[in-house]
Structure formats: structure tokens, C-alpha cells
Design a protein around this ligand. Structure first.
Ligand code: CA
Length: 582
């Protein structure tokens, strides 16, 4: 009897200290399970919609802080991560490749992991990290020196640490990894350094590579250590050897649609920015200068890394309109299965979920200058005079004609994720209204050096605002409501069944809007700019909401006249958690 009691007690102890592991099934159901958030995007389709409604249009005014956690560190830079919530623990990443596990009830730290970054890393757009992934007993996240690390979720100790690519050649990593079919799937960053975009799939348990898929034509993929197939057709849309340093960084990670068993990753700008070097012709001379698959969305078979379809948003791209923005799987009001994506180039696209076929596209920012619209064939109808001029045609051959292009290269929308509401059927898109002077220059590739062939200055379009959160009907492109913000918006958006839309501002305010009218119902000052991604979950019968605060990202570094306008904003580094007051 005594023995039994002791054994029972030991078993009880073991069960109370062992973490409940996160299964692939739980990851697949994340969008509907409300007591945890185990995927980036609150579900692998990236809708960022929660069925929770305790916090709603009536109660949101009672939302108050439950705790705040400082990420510490002497250098406070942009905090763009989405927290992961599981089994009483919050996992969140911070600037400079740091990761934290926090007791979600008390806000106390359980462990912290600081990656030891080498000298000479080349992050283009601040030392950010956009979050990690949880699977089985490990927490995965990528580092600025282009590595992917698996940590023991309980202790924060390294289980394995693998190199994605060579940071000395300009590669880095900032996205949240994706967990699909027992694999950790990553992209890469470095599109301003003439790298080659790639998607890699590793065995989550061991870190061993399963397949790789470069996204620029001419490069070979691999499967289980052997060459598999070539991406595209060599020199079909790239002249000479330029494909070898062709860019197309897959820097924002991807989404997974279980219904069609498809991974979708976006590819950034072709390199260099100067489009005349990649194609001296015009789009009317056929598609030879399209530079596939840069500035495209690419669907990949997760079992072998083969490309299923692609859709190029900006063929012959020449404004740094990266095609990386998130692709959200949703079902429209008539029951059609669709993808939606809001591109850097200012157009909101609807694609058919099964085959990626173009359905429709609408402008979602004002005064777009580079194209008149998107044709029925899905290709842009270019304004040729809004392409930066060819420097080889200038008097001294050193600077092409400067043009003023809208949107700016930081995009009608940048990395910050939009949300879809299953309540309203609308998308809520964090956008910015700005333009740029841009010109082209000669450039040659040098390993580890910026490879642009372009100069630029970003400028605001309107005196009173740059940021614009828009409710967009994906069936018609109609903007149902708009919230205007002085500084450019750089935070993710979340929708809830409580009829609320949450996002944050660089001015530090975390805000809730009515999903139907856009009326601002609540806001809270977090002390530094919000460029993070909110999440919500329920615990002990109460609904919680979390967001990171900490100004940074690309705007202060690349924003030209806009950066000067917002240089008063203070940096920070914290996680805020809210619930309703009793
Ligand atoms: Ca880029």
C-alpha cells in the first residue's frame, strides 16, 4: 500500500512537471482551439481570427493590463514577434535573436536564450525576429546569422543548431518557421545582397535536411541530399548569368493549406533593383524579362519540395516590390475557396486556392503610379514612364532619370500581417500611403555587399497621416472603413468573434476597433512603438490578449523623409498582456 502510494505520488509529480507536447494535429487545429496559440498566424491559414468573444464591443472598455514583461538588454530594437501560448507558458522572441519562455499566469521568466551572433551579420532592416514555432517538446526559431535552432521547450537548452546559409554572403533569417508534416520549414533573408531565395524543409526532430527549393529559375533543388529538379527553365526569363545572384528572398516565411496540401511562400525583389540590368526590354516584348520567380507567390508540395504553381505579382520588378507578403486561405461569401494577399505594389489579390489562378485584384492604397491596374490575365498594366530611367541612356551613364513612384519601396503594405474576419468576411489590412523618388545606377555584384543599383528617398503623400488600417471587402475591393494614423503602421492585425479588430501604432497605442464601423473602442499606451503581432487565448475562464511593444523595423532605417518625421519615437522592449477587469 505504501509502495503504491509512493509510486502514485512519483507519477503525479512527473505529470505535473512534464510539458504536454504539441502535436502536428494540434497545430492543424490551432485556428479553432481557444486555450492556446501554437502557430504563427493563429492557424496555419494565417487568418488571425479568434472565435473568442468574452472581450467584445461592449466589454472591451474594461480591458486592463494583467502583467508586463521586460525583454531587457542594453540595445532596444524592433520587436515584431507573435507570442506562442501553450500549457501555461508563453514563448516569444525579441530583437538580436533572443527567445524567452514566460509563465503566462504571472509574467515571470522561465528561461531566456540569447544567440551568440558573430561580427559582420548583414540584416537589411533592423535586428528583428518575427517569432518561433512550437512542436513536440521543442521551440524553434531562426537567427540573424542565418541559422535555425531547436531549443528544449522546457529548459531553453539547444537540441540542434543548423546553418540555413552563409551570413557572410548577406544571408540572414527573421521569419517564424513553419511546422508541416513533422518538418521545420524556413525561407531566407538577404534580397538586398544578391542572395538566392530558397525554401528548406528539415526533419523537426533531428534537423536533417529533407528538401530544398531555390525560387530563382536555373537553380537546382534537392531531395534527401541529392539533386531533384531545376526551378523553372534556365534563362527563360533571366538574361545571362544574372539568375546566379537573382535575389527573391523568401524572407517572410510561408503558410500551409491542409485542404490542398500546399505550402505557399513569397519571393522578394529580383536583384539588383536596377531592372534595366535584368531586362532592357519592355513587357510588350513577351515575358522574357519577367525574372521568375522573384516578386511571386510560389506553391510548393510539402512532400518533395516541387513547385505546384506560381503567381508573379510584379514581373520585371523595378521598385523593390517584394512579393513576400502573407497569403491567407479563406472561403468567400459564395463558398469559393480562395487565397488573398496584399502586395507591396499596392494591389490586393484574390487567387483560386486549388491552382493559384488569378481571380481579381484591387488597389488598396491611393494614387498608385507604376501601373494603371491589373489586367484580366493577372499581369500589371504598366505606366512605362513610371519606371526609373535607364542609367546607360543618361549623359554620363551614371544616373538614370529620377521618377516619383507610389507606393514607396516599403510598400502599400509591408511584412505586417493582415487579418480576415469570419464574422464580417472582410480583410483588415495595415497599409501605408507614401511614395518615393527613385533612380537607377550602374552596379556590379560583390559578395556580401549591397546589390541595388538604385537610390531613393521615401516621402509622405499627405500632411496628416501615413498609416491606414482598412477594412476591405475581398469580393469587390471596396474599402468599408479606414483608420488613419500619423506614423506609418508596422504592426500585425487580429480579429475576434467579439467583433473587434486589434492592432498597434508606432506612437505606442494598442487599439481595438469595431469590425463593422471602424469606430475606435479602446486604446492603451504601451510606452514604445508597437510593431508586433497580437494574439488572444482563454485561461481559467478568462480571455487574454498579448502584444509586444518595442519600436523599430525598416522605417527608421530606410524611411527617408518619413524616418525624420518619426525620429522622436522611443525604443523599448516588452510584452504586454491584458484581460477584463473584474
Ligand atoms: Ca527587398
Amino acid at each position: 500500500m505504501k509502495k503504491l502510494l509512493v509510486a502514485g505520488f512519483a507519477a503525479l509529480l512527473a505529470s505535473s512537471t512534464a510539458m504536454a507536447e504539441v502535436s502536428q494535429e494540434a497545430i492543424g487545429k490551432d485556428a479553432t482551439i481557444t486555450n492556446e496559440v501554437v502557430t504563427n498566424g493563429m492557424g496555419q491559414s494565417l487568418q488571425r481570427f479568434s472565435p473568442l468573444k468574452q472581450i467584445n464591443k461592449d466589454t472591451v472598455k474594461k480591458l486592463v493590463p494583467a502583467w508586463v514583461f521586460s525583454m531587457g538588454g542594453e540595445k532596444q530594437r524592433g520587436n515584431e514577434a507573435q507570442p506562442i501560448i501553450h500549457d501555461g507558458v508563453m514563448y516569444v522572441t525579441g530583437s538580436y535573436s533572443r527567445a524567452y519562455a514566460i509563465d503566462v499566469k504571472t509574467g515571470e521568466e522561465i528561461w531566456q536564450y540569447d544567440a551568440r551572433l558573430p561580427e559582420g551579420i548583414l540584416p537589411c532592416c533592423d535586428v528583428v525576429n518575427r517569432g518561433g514555432a512550437l512542436y513536440n517538446d521543442k521551440f524553434y526559431f531562426g537567427t540573424l546569422d542565418a541559422r535555425i535552432i531547436a531549443l528544449d521547450a522546457k529548459t531553453g537548452k539547444v537540441v540542434w543548431n543548423k546553418k540555413i546559409a552563409n551570413y557572410k554572403a548577406g544571408y540572414s533569417y527573421t521569419a517564424a518557421p513553419l511546422i508541416v508534416k513533422g518538418m521545420v520549414i524556413t525561407g531566407n533573408s538577404g534580397g538586398e545582397f544578391g542572395i538566392v531565395g530558397e525554401v528548406q524543409a528539415r526533419d523537426a526532430e533531428t534537423g536533417e535536411m529533407v528538401w530544398t527549393r531555390p525560387v530563382i529559375e536555373g537553380h537546382m533543388g534537392t531531395y534527401k541530399g541529392k539533386e531533384s529538379t531545376m526551378t523553372g527553365t534556365l534563362n527563360a526569363t533571366w538574361p545571362g548569368d544574372l539568375w546566379k545572384t537573382g535575389g527573391g528572398a523568401t524572407w517572410l516565411g510561408g503558410s500551409y493549406d491542409a485542404e490542398t496540401d500546399t505550402l505557399v511562400f513569397g519571393a522578394g525583389n529580383p536583384a539588383p533593383w536596377n531592372s534595366w540590368l535584368r531586362n532592357a526590354g519592355t513587357p510588350t516584348e513577351g515575358n522574357k524579362g519577367d525574372n521568375l520567380y522573384a516578386a511571386s507567390r510560389i506553391a510548393i508540395n510539402p512532400d518533395n519540395g516541387e513547385i505546384k504553381w506560381h503567381y508573379q505579382t510584379t514581373p520585371r520588378e523595378g521598385w523593390d516590390f517584394d512579393g513576400v507578403n502573407e497569403v491567407v486561405a479563406y472561403t468567400d461569401r459564395e463558398g469559393n475557396k480562395r487565397w488573398a494577399t496584399a502586395d507591396r505594389n499596392g494591389f490586393f489579390y484574390v487567387l483560386n486556392r486549388e491552382d493559384g489562378k488569378f481571380i481579381n485584384a484591387y488597389p488598396f492604397v491611393k494614387n498608385i503610379s507604376w501601373a494603371k491596374g491589373i489586367g484580366k490575365d493577372g499581369r500589371p498594366i504598366y505606366n512605362e514612364d513610371n519606371r526609373p530611367g535607364d542609367p546607360s541612356k543618361s549623359a554620363d551613364g551614371k544616373k538614370g532619370e529620377t521618377i516619383f513612384a507610389i507606393p514607396s519601396f516599403l510598400g502599400g503594405k509591408n511584412w505586417m500581417p493582415m487579418a480576415f474576419s469570419q464574422n464580417t468576411g472582410n480583410f483588415y489590412v495595415p497599409s501605408n500611403e507614401w511614395g518615393m523618388d527613385i533612380w537607377n545606377e550602374p552596379v556590379t555584384y560583390k559578395k556580401g555587399a549591397a546589390y541595388l543599383g538604385s537610390g531613393f528617398t521615401i516621402k509622405p503623400l499627405f500632411e496628416d497621416y501615413i498609416g491606414s488600417l482598412k477594412a476591405i471587402d475581398p469580393d469587390t475591393g471596396e474599402v468599408k472603413w479606414e483608420y488613419k494614423n500619423n506614423a506609418p503602421l508596422w504592426a500585425g492585425v487580429m480579429t475576434t468573434a467579439g467583433g473587434l479588430v486589434f492592432t498597434g501604432t508606432p506612437e505606442g497605442l494598442f487599439k481595438a476597433f469595431d469590425d463593422e464601423t471602424g469606430e475606435e473602442l479602446w486604446s492603451f499606451q504601451t510606452g514604445s512603438g508597437i510593431v508586433g503581432q497580437p494574439v488572444t487565448w482563454e485561461m481559467d475562464g478568462e480571455q487574454y490578449i498579448a502584444v509586444t511593444s518595442g519600436w523599430g523595423g525598416a522605417v527608421p532605417l530606410w524611411g527617408g523623409e518619413v524616418a525624420k518625421k518619426v525620429n522622436y519615437l522611443n525604443q523599448g522592449g516588452s510584452v504586454w498582456v491584458f484581460k477584463l477587469s473584474k
